[in-house]
Design a protein around this ligand. Sequence first.
Ligand SMILES: Cc1cn([C@H]2C[C@H](O)[C@@H](COP(=O)(O)OP(=O)(O)O[C@H]3O[C@H](C)C(=O)[C@H](O)[C@H]3O)O2)c(=O)[nH]c1=O
Length: 347
Amino acid sequence: MKILITGGAGFIGSHVVRLFVKKYPDYQIYNLDALTYAGNLENLKDIEKEPNYAFIKVDITDEHAISELFKTYKFDNVIHLAAESHVDRSITDPLSFVKTNVIGTLNLLNAFKELWKGDFEGKRFYHISTDEVYGTLGETGLFTETTSYDPNSPYSASKASSDHFVRAYGETYGLPFVISNCSNNYGQNQFPEKLIPLFINNIINKTPLPVYGDGNYTRDWLYVVDHAIAIDLVFHKGKNAETYNIGGFNEWKNIDLVKELCKQMDAKLGNPEGTSEQLITFVKDRPGHDLRYAIDASKINKELGWSPSVTFQEGLKITIDWYLSNANWLKSVTSGAYQNYYEKQYS
Ligand SMILES: Cc1cn([C@H]2C[C@H](O)[C@@H](COP(=O)(O)OP(=O)(O)O[C@H]3O[C@H](C)C(=O)[C@H](O)[C@H]3O)O2)c(=O)[nH]c1=O
């Protein structure tokens, strides 16, 4: 089986590529990535020489290149993770989110459709999406698979649009697909622009921890390896044309999470208790900031038997240990294209 995994050099993508390459030696895994600021082949050093793995550097916005690739390699299946994913960046540059997340997805859908021309036996297009497509919750309730789409940021609007296109290709052309919508991920190799790795990096460097607004925003956090395991299950066992919500049943208000992170970092660094908390700085809020995301993951649990394998405390410990012992990785990704969006946009 030839599987194209897009965005495989990125954070979630690299964990998915590693899992598939190691677990399925009979599959041929093609990792397609444009290697933008958030993609890094260092993330896959341990598997790059495996015989069932190949890397292709192509941008999914390049319609011609994508079409030629599908003709050459005849991919049976696509697991599509390539995306611009940082909400703050989408606020300052919405168009690049439309180009990659919407047009890029369409290029893949078209190439897949043209390659198999309706003969889709044994084929599947798996779109990896986000719970942000559902918009925001109030203090109570959970997103289920039937919650209406109501995206608020340019990022979530672009992901909602690409979800709609995938479903439209299923309805219109009979293209076999499955979609999953996941909550906030954390873990090894996440680019330090997202909350957890940004704050770990800032604590290491003793620089301010910019908490947006009053910090009373809630996210549901899932360890990235558990997301990769869920993707494996959905890919192999998920029903055609279905959606699966993936989440950790693990809600944290940002301010509480940041305090927990500070506590664990102080313990690791041998700092007196309370040292890192002094770095917390309340800053101007993110425009259009969604109050709360929380996922009802009971469908994937009941149908596919998935539930998170590590607790948040365990996952956070693994993550902190990884960043502390990979200072070079952090330095290399923060030296070039890195931009601190708080400093640039909100100060
Ligand atoms: C970077 C940053 C964030 N925040 C707040 C904003 C959010 O309420 C929360 C998490 O922010 P982050 O940007 O890490 O993630 P979300 O905006 O929730 O979105 C993330 O989770 C979903 C599911 C995706 O699909 C996105 O791709 C992914 O980026 O912390 C701060 O208070 N300060 C900061 O410096």
